[in-house]
Design a protein around this ligand. Structure first.
Ligand code: BJW
Length: 228
């Protein structure tokens, strides 16, 4: 293995599971009550905005009740102490990495606490409660939607992510099933450029064979063990 200077960490819903946030595809997955195509596509938002807003309102309310866990705090310590390059790419729309203190991170699938104007692209904090959906402060259109990357939409910051993957010596995937692209392909990109790839997950995922090493167990145990 080459000397490690640059690290890319990809996190998924599994890292927040022990904080009390449901994952998407597990037994108690988020989509059990809501079919993904009913709530997470631009077409669904246009067809039934009340359903989509209710889904994200409930997620936002739940977020207020939970706290970061030992895995989020361990990554925040890594961020504070790692002298080389680091990018934490989260697919999660919760804010638990930030609340734990991580700085070198980005949200590739958007953020629950952000609102996006579908008319002009302006963003604002999602203030609670938004009641009957106020107009966009920039263009005044009544087009504020959750700032979430729906299926068929381009994830955020792909150029920055690709650049970091091309420089990575170590790629670590934590708590993601690898079912959703382009994130599911990051391991192959990183390995193409020569990175060692480590998977930390409750159980082996469908893409485990793509990794150099897989460790199984809860993130709150595996991530601090890996970081220390
Ligand atoms: C634990 C644990 C514990 C539990 N400790 N671990 C056909 C083929 C290929 C691609 C496509 C296709 N048809 C369409 C596509 C593209 C599509 C896609 O991938 N679809 C698949 C379903 C096939 N992707 C898109 O449309 C994306 N955009 C796109 O591709 O744009 C074009 C493009 C072109 C070129 C370059 C780049 C882009 C957009 C995807 C948007 C995803 N949005 C969602 C919802 C938004 C956020 C929200 O509402 O919260 O993002 S879907 C949902 O899945 C969410 C998640 O971020 C994402 C990934 O889920 P995640 O995090 O992996 O969760 P789970 O539940 O699946 O897994 C949890 C894991 O944790 C499990 O493995 C557990 O074992 C583990 N675990 N407890 C450790 N305690």
């Amino acid at each position: 293995m080459r000397e490690i200077e640059n690290i890319v960490v990809l996190t998924g819903a599994g890292i927040s599971a022990e904080s009390g946030l449901a994952t998407f595809r597990g037994q108690d997955g988020l989509w059990e009550g809501h079919r993904v195509e009913d709530v997470c596509t631009p077409r669904a938002l246009a067809r039934d905005p009340a359903l989509v807003h209710a889904f994200y309102d409930a997620r936002r309310a739940k977020l207020a009740e939970v706290e970061p866990n030992a895995a989020h705090y361990a990554l925040a310590r890594l961020d504070a102490q790692w002298p080389g390059g680091l990018l934490i790419v989260t697919q999660n729309v919760d804010d638990l990495h930030e609340r734990a203190g991580a700085k070198r991170m980005l949200h590739m699938h958007g953020e629950l606490k952000s609102a996006l104007c579908a008319a002009c692209g302006a963003r604002r904090a999602w203030e609670e409660p938004m009641g009957d959906r106020p107009p966009c402060p920039s263009c005044e259109a009544k087009a504020l939607r959750p700032d979430i990357v729906f299926f068929g939409e381009m994830p955020y910051e792909m150029e920055r992510i690709d650049a970091a993957l091309s420089r990575a010596d170590l790629f670590v995937s934590i708590g993601t099933s690898g079912a959703v692209y382009p994130a599911a392909g990051f391991v192959q990109t990183a390995r193409h450029y020569g990175a060692w790839a480590l998977e930390l997950n409750l159980e082996p995922s469908a893409g485990s064979y793509l990794f150099s090493e897989t460790r199984t167990g809860p993130a709150s145990k595996l991530v601090p063990e890996w970081v220390e």
